[in-house]
Design a protein. Structure first.
Length: 211
């Protein structure tokens, strides 16, 4: 994705956007700077009386996947002041591991996702989004369509046609463990995961603690 497309489709106003990065220490002989190995963009917006936090992009370098990098990136959002009022969090992603990392954010398990909550709020949340591709996204699956018999439960048609080889392999692992309830992944689609969450208090900077 180009920088221009990233700004247009994945970012809201700077005041409502958070960027979290993860770096690896490298051999000083190879580089003086740590190596970027992952990042997450998140945006916030109002939905009725609720405040939504949405992970618009979650990327982890292939060499360090399955090392909880995605989980730590999302957990770091909790310490940001902008996320202190968040009571709904969500994402759309073609990768089951991203959905799993989001579930860990709310201390949930993917096999126990509140599908009724997604069914009742997904369309309204997406329509309220300032992110163009989310606002235009079409919810698909058993939760939103009658007589849906293609195995899809909760997804959106984003028209992002990417290679699903790795996500499908990971999806198979989750299914074997009985840890998946969002259904199948079709071409041009991404999984839709949304969770309610109790707002958290931002961490107070050192020197500003009141006793």
């Amino acid at each position: 994705m180009t920088g221009a497309r990233l700004r247009a489709q994945c970012l809201s106003h700077p005041e409502n956007t958070v960027l979290v990065t993860c770096h690896l220490q490298v051999d000083p002989l190879e580089s003086e700077r740590p190596k970027l190995c992952g990042h997450a963009f998140a945006s916030m917006w109002d939905y009725g009386e609720n405040r939504v936090g949405w992970v618009t992009q979650l990327v982890v370098e292939e060499a360090v996947r399955q090392r909880y990098v995605a989980t730590q990136l999302l957990q770091t959002l909790k310490v940001h002041a902008s996320f202190s009022r968040i009571n709904i969090i969500g994402l759309v992603s073609s990768h089951p591991a991203a959905c799993n990392a989001l579930a860990k954010y709310v201390a949930a398990n993917l096999k126990d996702v509140d599908l009724d909550f997604i069914r009742g709020h997904a369309k309204g949340i997406l329509e309220a989004s300032p992110i163009s591709y989310l606002k235009a996204a079409q919810p698909k699956g058993m939760l939103f369509q009658e007589n849906c018999n293609n195995g899809v439960v909760s997804s959106v048609f984003t028209e992002f046609y990417v290679d699903h080889a790795e996500p499908l392999a990971v999806l198979g692992q989750y299914k074997l463990k009985g840890q998946w309830c969002l259904g199948e992944l079709l071409d041009g689609h991404e999984f839709l995961a949304i969770f309610p969450i109790a707002p958290v208090s931002p961490i107070t900077p050192m020197g500003q603690i009141n006793y």
